[in-house]
Design a protein around this ligand. Structure first.
Ligand code: NDP
Length: 281
């Protein structure tokens, strides 16, 4: 079997065209959706992500602003900037680029963002809403991954979903989303015994670990949907957590890296910002 490749670039392009149309409608009502990204320090990877977010905004006609703060910024200054953006009517979405330098309190910074402007969906209120099934902001990466899973056309209800990774930004919200789709969800992590025994049962397998090539073809159920969230730099190249060659020979669908979930993440950030602006009109 050779898996169908779920193309994040193509899916993003069609979603962005739809987002651009809705941005235009808002502009006709006098509102331009606006995203502010706070970047502390000069981590090169973070700088690239922030630049891509700004480019994404421009592509769909949104306003974007980057607040670049020096690496030795203290907590009070950071929270002061968040307060300012919370009050700014041009800004509908605020994102604090993670990770923050070690001396800063990440949880306190995220809690400072108004929940309705929390377009990353990391505020405790939005995390709680997702867990309890109430409407709220869904974190971008799992939201993008779910969109890709839906493109298979499968009825997700009753399927076995196995997620490898239990972070607050990917693994846990992904589990909550798939549970909401009535999948039977297993979450694996670094202490899981016999990882392959779990992954082999999965109709939907999501890898969000940060270890290049961890998931190999012998760990995958024939015909499964395999979603590779991992971004790992190996010898100057970007690789996922899934060994594409061996897994694509077994799976029914697979996302590539690059050109898969990563592309969808920024698109979902634009979607969350648009929806935040629509709610505020
Ligand atoms: P974290 O480091 O926060 O979490 C990694 C998870 O993987 C942890 O739950 C850890 O377990 C688990 N883990 C580690 N080793 C193993 C192992 N050998 N077997 C099973 N589980 C293991 O990472 P993130 O969730 O933030 O990110 C995961 C990956 O996704 C990274 O490569 C990251 O770069 C990428 N990423 C990609 C995005 C995108 O847009 N495509 C967005 C965000 C992240 P434990 O909890 O026990 O430590």
């Amino acid at each position: 079997m050779s898996a169908v490749v779920l193309d994040g670039k193509q899916m993003s392009a069609s979603l962005r065209a739809e987002i651009a149309g809705r941005v235009q409608s808002l502009k006709e009502k006098g509102v331009t959706p606006g995203l502010a990204v706070i970047l502390v320090g000069n981590d090169p990877a973070s700088e690239i992500y922030v630049r891509n977010k700004g480019n994404g905004c421009r592509e769909v006609g949104m306003y974007s602003e980057t607040v670049a703060l020096p690496g030795d910024t203290d907590q009070a200054v950071l929270e002061g900037e968040i307060d300012r953006l919370n009050r700014d009517p041009r800004i509908h979405g605020i994102l604090v680029q993670l990770p923050l330098p070690a001396h800063l309190d990440e949880a306190a910074a995220l809690a400072r963002i108004l929940p309705e402007k929390d377009v990353d969906g990391f505020h405790l209120l939005n995390a709680g809403r997702l867990m309890t099934g109430e409407a709220g902001v869904i974190p971008c990466t799992p939201r993008g991954a779910l969109h890709m899973i839906r493109q298979t056309g499968l009825n997700l209800s009753g399927l076995e979903a196995v997620i490898v990774g239990r972070s607050n930004i990917v693994g846990k919200p992904m589990a909550a989303l798939l549970l909401r789709e009535n999948c039977t969800v297993t979450v694996c992590h670094s202490r899981t015994a016999n990882l392959a025994e779990h992954t082999r049962r999965a109709d939907i397998l999501v890898a969000a670990v940060g270890k290049a090539g961890l998931i190999t073809g012998d760990m995958v159920k024939p015909g499964a949907v395999v979603i590779d969230v991992g971004i790992n730099r190996v010898d100057g190249k970007v690789r996922g957590d899934v060994d594409f060659d061996s897994v694509s020979a077994v799976a029914g669908w697979i996302t590539p890296v690059p050109g898969g979930v990563g592309k969808m993440t920024i698109t979902m950030l634009l979607q969350n910002t648009l929806e935040a602006a629509e709610r505020m009109v």
